[in-house]
Design a binder for this molecule. Structure first.
Ligand SMILES: *Cc1c(COP(=O)(O)O)cnc(C)c1O
Length: 404
């Protein structure tokens, strides 16, 4: 008789954003004349930059001609893209990463979810709390997280590293030594960052204890402060303990186009095995590569015009972030993030829970945000607003929030 993978049945409730969508739909149905402003989901809104569109058109035309047509892409991705990445994202920053250590993919969500499968099922993971839910849920699916404690809202085989106002939303090194450490800076959902010195401590710790750090750098393009590292490979010794994930979604608007990459240095060896070769095998067996036309679009991101155009888009979102942060602070809210990330993380007022504040904001201001508790138990009492909306909408949302 067929059975199902029971680990999937352990997954918690419905996904955060589907609950939000249901509440918003119900409100809209009951109030058809109200215009709701959505500052909830982390998706970009600006169209793709002209240089990227041009590259796409050109690549599409190449596909129409037998002389320039491309079929399956090379396993790691096209060299024209990996060379650009190695040069621009690493060499220029003094990081020693080679093109054959870069695996081009369809984005950081799939890579951050899939990467766990090349590690043993008995590994203990550590995550920031609050956290991007993908890291935890994919380990639940893999049967790595033990049983769920309803009261605490925690898995008993997961090490939670609280990130709250008390520690400046920066995780502390846990007492119990984890095998896999998920870090994401600039952070989704808190918008917090770590300094290079602080990240170096994590790298030293991982090397000392034989842990592997999975470093999600999806928001690297939003960094404005000088002492915040753009890559974990800026830290000494990271080549022997860290995997890094990148995405073209938030820096260049590829959320619908799909492109990302994962870096696994060949010096990363676990139990005598190069982790790089495991991921290469996995990639080659289960994946046939990001589309040629999309990899050409990715290449265009690294041209001079491409860089200038995407910087403008990031600046557009960061103008929103600044407006939200300053507006809320002026209205008496306790706010963080928004300086090196397109997320504003606020403390809910009047001791409201995250969901109570969600309801108040929707009912009274017609603004949608994301309840902090949806990202983990330490997110209770917090709320996330994103800077990905239109500037005019963002300002109007702020005016409305100020009146409640
Ligand atoms: C948006 C996001 C990603 C990127 O996902 P893609 O699949 O590349 O679109 C990765 N990690 C975090 C934390 C994110 O918020």
């Amino acid at each position: 008789m067929t059975t199902v993978n029971k680990d999937y049945l352990n997954l918690r409730g419905s996904y955060l954003f589907s609950t939000i969508a249901k509440k918003v739909a119900a409100f809209q149905e009951a109030n058809p004349d109200q215009r709701i402003i959505r500052l909830g989901i982390g998706d970009v809104t600006q169209p793709l930059a002209p240089t990227i569109i041009e590259a796409l058109h050109k690549a599409v035309d190449e596909m129409a001609d037998a002389a320039t047509f491309r079929g399956y892409a090379p396993d790691l991705g096209y060299e024209f893209l990996r060379n650009r990445i190695a040069e621009h994202d690493f060499a220029k920053r003094g990081c020693q990463i080679y093109p054959d250590e870069i695996f081009v993919s369809d984005g950081a969500k799939s890579d951050s979810g899939n990467i766990q499968e090349i590690f043993g099922r008995d590994n203990v993971i550590a995550v920031c709390d609050p956290v991007y839910p993908v890291y935890v849920d994919t380990n639940v699916m893999a049967g790595r997280t033990g049983s769920f404690n309803e009261e605490l809202g925690m898995w008993d085989r997961v090490i939670y590293m609280p990130c709250t106002a008390e520690n400046g939303f920066a995780p502390e090194i846990p007492e119990q030594v984890p095998d896999l450490i998920y870090l994401c800076f600039p952070n989704n959902p808190t918008g917090a960052t770590v300094t290079k010195d602080r990240l170096q401590e994590w790298v030293d710790y991982a090397n000392q204890h034989g842990s592997v750090i999975i470093y999600d750098a999806a928001y690297e393009a939003y960094i404005t402060e000088a002492d915040v590292p753009h890559s974990i490979y800026e830290c000494e010794g990271a080549r022997t303990c860290a995997i890094e994930l990148h995405s073209f979604s938030k820096n260049a608007g590829f959320t619908g186009l799909r492109l990302g990459y994962t870096v696994i240095p060949k010096d990363l060896v676990v139990e005598g095995t190069m982790v790089h070769s495991l991921w290469a095998r996995r990639h080659g067996t289960k994946y046939n590569g990001a589309p040629y036309i999309v990899q050409r679009a990715g290449e265009a991101v690294y041209t001079e015009e491409g860089q200038a155009q995407i910087k403008e888009q990031v600046a557009y979102y960061m103008r929103n972030a600044k407006a939200i942060k300053e507006g809320l602070a002026a209205a008496g809210y306790s706010v963080s993030g928004g300086v090196n990330a397109p997320y504003i993380w606020l403390k809910t007022p009047d001791g409201l829970t995250s969901w109570e504040f969600f309801d108040r904001l929707l009912d009274q201001a017609k603004v949608v945000g994301t309840p902090g508790v949806g990202f983990g138990p330490s997110g209770e009492g917090y709320f996330r607003l994103t800077a990905f909306g239109r500037y005019e909408d963002t300002l109007e949302a702020l005016e409305r929030i100020k009146t409640i």
